[in-house]
Design a protein around this ligand. Structure first.
Ligand code: PMV
Length: 359
């Protein structure tokens, strides 16, 4: 598979006016992507659980236009969101080569997230994947020969060009991004699902997101990925992630909870360690992040729980646990962890199967 495969072909120019809508989820990486090259290509393989409750709904209105310019307006929760438009313009410029018909439409992009805008949960994965899927629905209207396989592969390809990790938000329950020799079919260009049945232990995992800091990200992903260039430990980190990926594949087959916990927590701390040792350096955890981690470790020591944590590039904590432990863990979160969250807020989520079209 090469980028050539994703250039639209056989576009019929009988354009009409209409709209398409998709709901696309967020995802949480177990083995993290942090560091890229070229046109949004990952330096190491990553794998994530697709979420379900945290999602973006996007409606794309299109109408034919002959201005030969990109024409669009973005609305967030019904309000014009001009601050989002430069990012979308950059996205359109990047994908135009793969969707040469974009300038022949005027768009109105209406979007909204299921989670609060200022929750500290990144909306780029769910937002970019929802928009990519809407654009693919439009492409399909102009070319009915498109297969489902191509549709989802190209949606992931386009989403990646909007925000790297967004390519893992199209399908579920687990999505891999980045070519790895142990997994035939894995790709630098798109997210792919696992070609084997995962162990029952990991089938209905829960993720409760503890909102420790609901502010803007301290380090944007763009700055963060850039910090990996000339980072003294970058190569070791990419090797470590690729080894962890290989190890977690085995774990997903065998159901080994303890190994799962050690890989997932180590990945989260390694991601943060990279930012603590970059130039300039950043500390993205807050005191409450550490308090939560210690509480989780204490709970695990004192019970037989298989609870663990992971982190994004911020202070919020994702608490991962099997569905079978839902009651005890929910009680633990409410009684012992909620106090460390801003305004006591957290969001319960579960692993999901991916995006869906809205009628
Ligand atoms: O997709 P980006 O460029 O926002 O990068 C996201 C990277 C992490 O969320 C920190 C890790 C990951 O693999 O999702």
């Amino acid at each position: 598979m090469t980028t050539e495969n994703f250039i639209s072909k056989n576009i019929q120019a009988n354009f009409t006016t209409g709209s398409v809508s998709w709901q696309s989820p967020s995802n949480i990486a177990l083995v993290k992507y942090w560091g890229k090259y070229g046109e949004q290509l990952p330096k190491n393989t990553s794998i994530s659980f697709t979420l379900s409750n945290c999602h973006t709904k996007t409606k794309l209105h299109y109408t034919p236009s002959n201005t030969h310019k990109f024409e669009f307006e973005v609305y967030l929760d019904g309000q014009r969101a001009e601050s989002f438009e430069p990012k979308i313009l950059k996205f359109f410029e990047r994908i135009e080569v793969y969707m040469p018909f974009l300038k022949q439409f005027k768009f109105r992009i209406e979007t909204g997230n299921s989670f609060p805008h200022s929750s500290g949960i990144a909306s780029s994965a769910s937002g970019m994947s929802a928009l990519a899927l809407c654009l693919m629905s439009l492409e399909r209207l102009t070319n009915s020969d498109i297969t489902d396989e191509y549709f989802y592969a190209k949606a992931s390809f386009l989403a990646r060009l909007g925000s790297g990790s967004a390519c893992r938000s199209i399908q579920g329950p687990l999505v891999v991004w980045g070519e790895h020799p142990v997994l035939p079919g894995s790709s630098q260009l798109i997210g792919t699902t696992l070609p084997f049945e995962i162990h029952d232990n990991f089938k209905d995992y829960c993720d409760t997101i503890l909102l420790v800091d609901q502010g803007e990200k301290v380090v944007s992903s763009t700055v963060g990925h850039d910090l990996m260039h000339n980072h003294p430990f970058a190569e070791q980190r990419f090797n470590q992630a690729n080894q962890n990926f290989e190890a977690i594949l085995e774990v997903l087959k065998t159901g080994d909870f303890d190994k799962f916990i050690s890989i997932v927590e180590s990945e989260a701390l390694s991601l943060h360690a990279m930012m603590m040792t970059s130039e300039p350096y950043f500390l993205l955890m807050k005191p409450n992040t550490l308090s939560i981690i210690h509480k989780i470790w204490e709970f695990r020591r004192e019970t037989s729980s298989k609870i663990c944590f992971t982190l994004d590039a911020g202070a919020n904590v994702h608490v991962l646990y099997p569905n079978a432990e839902k009651e005890e863990v929910s009680r633990f979160i409410e009684n012992e962890l909620a106090v460390f969250c801003e305004n006591g807020k957290y969001i319960h989520d579960v692993v999901g199967i991916g995006a869906k079209v809205l009628l």
